[in-house]
Design a protein. Structure first.
Length: 139
C-alpha cells in the first residue's frame, strides 16, 4: 500500500514538473537600421533631402532604439588630413540635426573616416558623390 502511495505521489510530481510552462525566450533585438546622408563637394551643410533622411532616422531612434552611430566619409579629392576633418564636420552636422529632432546627444557616437572607406572605389583625386556621405546606424 505504501509503495502504491509513494508511486502515485512520485507520478504526480513528475506530471506537475512536465506541465510547467517553459520560460519564454527573450524577444529578439530590434533590427539595425541604416541611413545614408549625402553631401555636395567640399560641403558639410545638410540639403533638404538630407534633412528628410535625418528626420526619418531620428524618428526611428526615438522609437526605443538607443544607440546611434554616425560615420562621416569623403571622396578622394583633397589631402587626406583635410578629408578627415571634413568628414568629422559632416558627422557633427548630422548629429546636430538628430539632436534638433529629439534624439538624446548621449545616445549618439561620432566616427570620422575621411577617404579611407569608399562606397565607390576610385583613384586618388576623384570627386565621387556617393563617397561624400554620413552613415547613420541605429541599433
Amino acid at each position: 500500500m505504501l509503495k502504491k502511495l509513494l508511486g502515485a505521489v512520485a507520478a504526480a510530481f513528475l506530471l506537475a514538473a512536465c506541465e510547467e510552462p517553459a520560460p519564454s525566450a527573450p524577444p529578439p533585438p530590434p533590427p539595425v537600421r541604416n541611413f545614408l546622408v549625402f553631401f555636395d563637394f567640399d560641403k558639410s551643410n545638410l540639403t533638404l533631402r538630407a534633412m528628410d533622411i535625418v528626420k526619418e532616422a531620428a524618428n526611428v531612434a526615438k522609437s526605443g532604439q538607443t544607440r546611434v552611430i554616425r560615420t562621416g566619409h569623403t571622396d578622394t579629392a583633397g589631402p587626406a588630413n583635410y578629408n578627415v576633418a571634413l568628414s568629422l564636420r559632416r558627422a557633427n552636422a548630422v548629429k546636430n540635426a538628430l539632436v534638433a529632432n529629439g534624439v538624446s546627444p548621449t545616445a549618439i557616437s561620432v566616427i570620422s573616416k575621411g577617404e579611407t572607406q569608399l562606397l565607390v572605389q576610385t583613384a586618388d583625386g576623384v570627386r565621387e558623390p556617393q563617397n561624400r556621405r554620413v552613415e547613420i546606424v541605429i541599433q
